[in-house]
Ligand binder design. Sequence first.
Ligand code: GSH
Length: 201
Amino acid sequence: MLRLHDCAFSGNAYKVRLLLTLLGLPFERIEYDILEGATRTPEFLRLNPNGRIPVLEFEDGRVLAESNAIIAYLADGTRFVPADRFERALVLQWLFFEQYSHEPNIATLRFWVTHDLIDEERRPLVEGKRRWGYAALDVMERHLAGRRYFVGERYSIADIALYAYTHVAGDGGFDLARYGNVLGWLDRVAAEPGHIAITKV
Ligand SMILES: N[C@@H](CCC(=O)N[C@@H](CS)C(=O)NCC(=O)O)C(=O)O
């Protein structure tokens, strides 16, 4: 059986849990206390030298890290990746956008706020993360004008990757009220058959 090295509150891990569930693939979870450095042990670093969950472990012992690489692998050849080559590249465009412009700002602030981690070192970084997080939401809001999903008007892993931390952005103090297109898209994703909440582990 597939084994997911996981953390219940992680949006990156949730992307994988959500897609595995939508695909009907059974998996077992290993939960890590990332606040206690559980992903920095020599044992875990053999799975992912970068010391982070999620990691997907296959029955033959191979391992794959990086949430968006994992969901791209799992979705290959399924309805969650477009058949059209250019649309597949557009999906990659949004996966890279998520990791460069969205997650480092919105997910990081959520983590700091919800775990009360804003100390002297982090405080000066908060304003920039807030500004760039809103800039990412602005990009999404403009893109979703007149569109139901991010690519090709169909639910894809681009939506899964961006949903993971957008729907909980409020935890980090982001106000989504002025993002009507984003809010409509969040509702559509949550209404997809087989959808699970981030809290479902
Ligand atoms: N780019 C990576 C980021 C993974 C990541 O940041 N994981 C966090 C939890 S969301 C983690 O394991 N942190 C523990 C640590 O850094 O020690 C991905 O998308 O999978």
